[in-house]
Write a protein that binds this ligand. Structure first.
Ligand code: ZN
Length: 282
């Protein structure tokens, strides 16, 4: 554990603001719906050893049932999202990635075995990035341009690797609520900020071992819709982070449905993938 003094001396990337682009269709604001398809590898770092079959089965639900619901909802509303997929999930479940691609969605890099970058050494970080690229490229037919770090954790080594491998953008940090550029020792990347309140996990992060939260769907619905209207008022972009094993479970689809409905009813919100957002920002 580092002390406060250590945190203060960590060299941080330099934030460079970007001017707001013209949103598609002349919209006032833009929204990206992003989905982290962690499956069973999302459990690896937090599971007791050995991981229980029940805990693994809850993650498997996301691929077996949750993803299908999410993809169906997006198709019915003609919305394209960005799906961040660990390479190991692509290798083990290629049909899952094919189903996402068939819906016209973007696939982004989410590590290989979902190791948290700040808990592994530089050699394993390189392995996570390079194996993840190889797995996605083999299945998608092109190299991923976007990255979201497992557990939303990054180190300078991660940035070095992303620049070395030509990534255009990351979506893991919280310094701003507008897209910006991060310049650091090895180059620069666009950053599409995230936050816990715009993530489904904190509202539903229950486990048998640790307890947690089991909010009613009204809680994330209220928060996410409020953020949508703030983004409209400010003419900015907002990223939402969802997980098939969480949002794809029956009653928990409601907040995402409500968010999409609120955006459609407002008729001045554009849905953009992170890849489209990167192109808009040049
Ligand atoms: Zn993840």
């Amino acid at each position: 554990m580092t002390s406060d003094g250590d945190h203060a001396t960590i060299e941080r990337p330099r934030h460079e603001p970007l001017s707001t682009p013209t949103w598609p269709g002349g919209a006032r604001a833009a929204v990206s719906l992003t989905f982290d398809v962690d499956g069973e590898v999302g459990l690896a770092a937090e599971a007791p050893r050995p991981a229980s079959l029940t805990a693994i089965s809850e993650r498997a639900y996301g691929l077996r049932r949750g993803l299908e619901r999410v993809l169906d909802l997006l198709a019915r509303n003609d919305v394209r999202g960005t799906f961040y997929v660990p390479g190991a999930i692509a290798d083990r479940h290629p049909d899952t990635v094919r189903a996402i691609l068939a819906g016209g969605h973007e696939i982004g890099h989410h590590g290989y075995r979902h190791h948290s970058p700040n808990r592994i050494d530089a050699r394993l970080q390189r392995d996570e990035i390079e194996r993840g690229i190889a797995s996605l490229e083999a299945l998608v037919g092109e190299r991923p341009r976007g990255y979201r770090s497992p557990w939303w954790e990054l180190t300078q080594t991660t940035y070095d690797l992303l620049c070395e491998h030509g990534f255009a953008y990351d979506s893991s940090c919280m310094e701003d609520d507008r897209p910006h550029r991060y310049r650091h020792a090895s180059g620069s990347l666009l950053e599409f900020p995230v936050h816990w309140c715009l993530d489904d996990w904190p509202y539903y992060s229950w486990s048998g071992d640790h307890g947690g939260n089991l909010f009613a769907p009204s809680a994330p619905t209220e928060v996410w819709t409020e953020e949508l209207h703030r983004a409209r008022a400010e003419g900015r972009h907002a990223t939402y982070t969802l997980h098939p094993e969480v949002t794809g479970r029956g009653n928990r689809l409601a907040p995402l449905e409500s968010l999409i409905r609120a955006a459609r009813d407002a008729s001045d919100v554009a849905f953009v993938t992170h890849g489209e957002l990167a192109r808009l920002l040049g």
